[in-house]
Design a protein around this ligand. Structure first.
Ligand code: ZN
Length: 108
């Protein structure tokens, strides 16, 4: 006759397999998701900050003065076609070089 005895060592092994291992795997998965979320948030916020800095640099000179609007256009002073022409309020269009000559403090 076969008798089933409860072996304490086997009980401990089943307990480890059924409870500890799934808990550890679940914790590992949650920790991985949390780390990825934090890294993604940091990367996104850094990218947004850099884009804001870049936009500010394009719209302002080194002294913080706001630059006039720019577009592709024809420089009225040196009469060349340029990708970035400054449209001044008085109606003239200046390329970057002519704008730098006319308004020297602009360094960027
Ligand atoms: Zn010019």
């Amino acid at each position: 006759m076969i008798s089933y005895q409860i072996n304490p060592e086997m009980l401990i092994r089943y307990w480890v397999l059924l409870i500890i291992v799934p808990l550890a795997v679940g914790f590992f998965i949650l920790a991985t998701i949390a780390c990825l979320t934090i890294l993604n948030h940091l990367r996104h916020s850094r990218r947004e900050r850099n884009a804001a800095k870049q936009a500010y640099r394009e719209d302002h000179d080194a002294l913080g003065q706001r630059l006039p609007p720019t577009a592709r256009g024809f420089c009225t002073q040196c009469e060349t076609l340029t990708k970035k022409a400054f449209f001044l309020p008085d109606g003239t269009h200046l390329c970057e070089e002519c704008y730098d000559q006319k308004f020297p403090p602009r360094l960027s």
